[in-house]
Design a binder for this molecule. Sequence first.
Ligand code: K7E
Ligand code: CUA
Length: 624
Amino acid sequence: MKKKLIPALSGLLVGIVASTVFFADYTNVGPKSVADTSTKSNAEKVYVPFGEQDEYYLFASGGHSGQMFIYGVPSMRHIRTVPVFSQDSATGYGWSDHTKELMGDYTWGDLHHPAFSETKGEYDGKWMFATDVANSRAAVMDLETFTVKDILDVPNTSGPHCAMFVTENTEYMFLPTRFAVPFGSEYASLDEYSSKYYGVMSAVQFNEEKEELGVSWQVALPPWSYDLSDAGKGPSHGWAVVTTYNTEEATTNLEINASQADRDYIVLFNWKELEKMVADGQYEEVNGQKVIFPEKHKGGLYLVPVAKSPHGVDVTPDGKYFIASGKLAPAMTVFSFEKAFAAIEAGDFSGEKYGMPVINYESVMEREVNPENALGPLHTQFDDKGMAYTTMFISSEIVKWDPTTGETVDRVPVQYSPGHSVAAEGDSVSPDGKWLISLNKIAKDSYLSVGPSHPESMQLIDLSGDKMEVILSAPVNPEPHYAQIIKADKLSPIEVYPKDETNPDAVYSQDQTRIERKGNEVHVYGIAMRSKFIFDAKAERPDVIEVNEGDKVVIHLTNIDFDEDITHGFAINRHDLNMEVQPGQTETISFTADKAGTFPIYCTNFCSALHQEMTGYLLVKPSN
Ligand code: K7E
Ligand code: CUA
């Protein structure tokens, strides 16, 4: 009796407490409306016959899986998982030397917001960026090979949740921090929170030629939590916005303590001016970074009051407005860039915080939009007709509305609790309309049960008619926070890696294969081809590597099958070693042969009828 009562009671209590705050109440999800995909017209809309391909790519963030999920739209077929911040044995990511180096000291990440590189505010199909909230990193993937090119450890920052959002011509990505920390994450008592902790924002740039990310400069913002951001475009080019919460500077029990003030802020900043300030020497150097301290180096930063605890902020495609959504307030607030610029010009401020002028709310607010019973607005996307689509986390729906009038145009229930949604090229200067995908946090009864925890759910919504229509539902691994949809014809992935005769690790013919010993280091220059490994063609057994216990072994392997999709894998039994070599690719894996013995080597990727025969041996001679 006692046993049963306690969980029931505590459950009730938790329910009561939780339902008063964000992210907890799933009881208010409303009636489930099952999308009717049985009608021929809807089925036809998403059916992509064999031999034809989807019109769009969807890149969905994998959250704490640390990966990126690639889907086709409208079929919603999962095409590929690309590892970014987490090890992935399917591709050997995190085992081969260069991917291990990319990952640094970490084995996982929390990937939140993917963003395509842009030219004039349009996705240009060249690069994909993302950040890691868990270990404060930024990554860039190239869209020719769908592989990560660089990962940057961002100093002085702890959890760049706001990012990635790129400026109109990929000049910058701004990475403000979710968790305020002292510079360099050094120790400081929480009693000194307001004086020693900072919410450092990093201006990150991408060097396309070197394929490298780097921090240009930083701003030591107050110790608040920075949440979402977006860059201006068109008339607001050169500006960007960031939402903040916990302007109360609570250091414990944030659920309650960071929700006290009626208003938090949006940081509105002029990055062109900040860039100029840095060029003029208006900064201090901290841990090797150029840091602007707003109290000392004035200019370029303003605060816009916003309804308490805002989450999303999204700039309209025409660059005229930015729309904030409040997780604790039921309204979307439309702010005008034009009005903000006028207020700044006129010095229309209500005060100052940490050296940043606070713009009068009334002077910059265009309208507050509050659709009846719509609760928990989080993020907004746009279509080709200027309409906005906002996800309602608590009331589990998408609200379509007109930002120029505030009028609600349509609403559709989704299953359940959407975080972001993503529209086709929906945050570029020219959204396509057509499709919106609701990225739902809770799947509940949507799919066959797989136990107490379920996948996340993506629902495809047809935007072409007057009414939004949910027409397909696809499970997805945790956890797509944000996603991007790009026209497939903007991408041109390569079919095989081109020969690189300048790469000293690559060998392209059997007679170049060799095993070289330098002291107790053994370098293998081998090839993988259907259906064998050749480590040294001149040896009696070309597919055998023999070393001494304690040797350092470095294996360079080139896949010389220049043939689309003929990938080979490489694994050594009982060694926790694994890599993939794609057609034409050269990869390197290193280890110390510290176990004497006989260890089979095999190809992990089914590559031909004789794939099973694609094996060899690693022989490690005992040292005594
Ligand atoms: Cu709202 Cu990380 Cu963009 Cu998730 S965040 S929902
Ligand atoms: Cu090569 Cu299987």
